[in-house]
Ligand binder design. Structure first.
Ligand SMILES: [Zn+2]
Length: 396
């Protein structure tokens, strides 16, 4: 029989006396704003284990001509809305490898975000409106930039992406030169998409164009020229290979180019999206289902070596810093309600310009220090004051 050998620790909540001041740190970010560099937000597999999937809330509106059938209605509209959400999430789940540049080895990362019909409120709407139901993207009566329809019908417009599915105007469709294919535009957090019903095609044909507009709403720009990403090369933005220069080569499949695929999102683009959804000061964070507030012990995290958090994030499990562990927090880190950080003897928590808090108006448990019978203890170093907020275990 093997005798179990337990190390005995003295366990106590950390107090203000545990904070060892390490001196003010310089802001390291390459940008002047700390924790703003989108490269730090490129999702790594270990980050995706720390927090639940980012869920972006959407509403879907079907604009109706009261005088004739020009859009899905009733149960067909409800089914179409769900099919479109499913198709977009399928694309986000099966992020594709980039076509360009030829021979690229750009990593194909899990996107770490999905869309969800707003579960707290009605989320699928029909609006019969003779004046506002249609979309005209070319010509004297073009209304694609008009916000009249979004102003009138968007619901919870600052915290939900409102997607308007609109018919092309019948007069436009009668014109031979008018392109009545799928097209869209993003106006703030509202999206207008046209051409779905008249095509007769199922929703998954339009996941790309809709997801492209959602990409704009989440802060992405067009990728073919002049976006901030090194992994989205400049190219002529050809819809297809026509055999005639400049469209005589492989065409892009990036989400933020114009092409029939719109399936590939690069690491740099994902970094921008996740920065915009993670920073506490970002207005886009309101678009998320706040699924990081409750403690989820299946996401408990053990720090056994050096880990640097140079991006804002929301952790949903407890954190244990092992004797060999060194956790260096340089940016805002959200802790779930009741969550705890345990620092074993020899383990170090370094609050290196960052802070720990609860972003849901609740309290996290706080930090507990473990000391062994030789007097070795967990340690906290800080570079500034006011770094530990919203704790049940007050430090003074
Ligand atoms: Zn666009």
């Amino acid at each position: 029989m093997v005798a179990a050998c337990h190390t005995r620790y003295l366990v106590r909540p950390a107090t203000a006396d545990d904070l060892q001041y390490s001196g003010k740190v310089e802001i390291r970010s390459t940008n002047s704003i700390p924790c703003f560099d989108s490269k730090a937000y490129i999702p790594r597999p270990e980050d995706l284990k720390l927090r639940p999937m980012r869920l972006v809330k959407v509403n879907i509106h079907f604009m109706q001509n009261p005088d004739s059938v020009e859009n899905y209605a009733g149960s067909a509209a409800i089914q179409y809305a769900h099919d479109l959400v499913d198709a977009i999430n399928h694309d986000l789940e099966t992020n594709a490898a980039m076509n360009l540049p030829v021979g690229n080895e750009t990593p194909v990362l899990p996107t770490g975000y999905r869309i969800e019909l707003d579960t707290d409120h009605p989320n699928i709407f029909e609006h019969p409106d003779r004046d506002l139901y249609f979309y005209v993207h070319r010509g004297a009566n073009a209304n694609l930039y008009s916000k009249d329809v979004t102003r009138k019908y968007a619901v919870h417009a600052d915290s939900v992406i409102n997607i308007f599915l609109m018919p092309h105007h019948p007069d436009s469709i009668r014109s031979k030169s008018y392109m009545n294919g799928a097209t869209g535009i993003t106006l703030g957090y509202s999206i207008k998409v046209a051409g779905l019903y008249e095509s007769g095609n199922p929703a998954y044909y339009f996941s790309g164009v809709t997801n492209h507009e959602i990409g704009h709403a989440l802060g992405l720009s067009h990728a073919w020229q002049g976006d901030p990403c090194d992994d989205t090369p400049n190219h002529p933005n050809c819809w297809e290979n026509t055999g005639v220069p400049p469209c005589d080569g492989p065409i892009s499949n990036n989400l933020m180019d114009y092409n029939p695929f719109q399936k590939a999102i690069t690491p740099c683009q994902l970094g921008i999206v996740h920065r915009n959804l993670s920073r506490i000061s970002s207005v886009r964070r309101k678009l998320l289902v706040p699924n990081w507030c409750a403690l989820d012990t299946s996401r408990n995290l053990t720090i056994a070596d050096t880990v640097i958090w140079d991006h804002e994030q929301d952790v949903t499990g407890n954190i244990t810093i092992q004797p060999s562990g060194y956790l260096d927090i340089r940016c805002r880190t959200g802790m779930a309600k009741g969550a705890m950080i345990s620092i074993l003897p020899g383990g170090i928590l370094y609050m290196d310009g960052g802070y720990l808090h609860n972003s849901c108006g609740e309290e996290w448990q706080g930090i507990r220090i473990l000391t062994d019978n030789k007097g070795n203890t967990g340690q906290i170093f800080t570079s500034d004051e006011g770094l530990l907020q919203d704790m049940m275990w007050k430090m003074d």
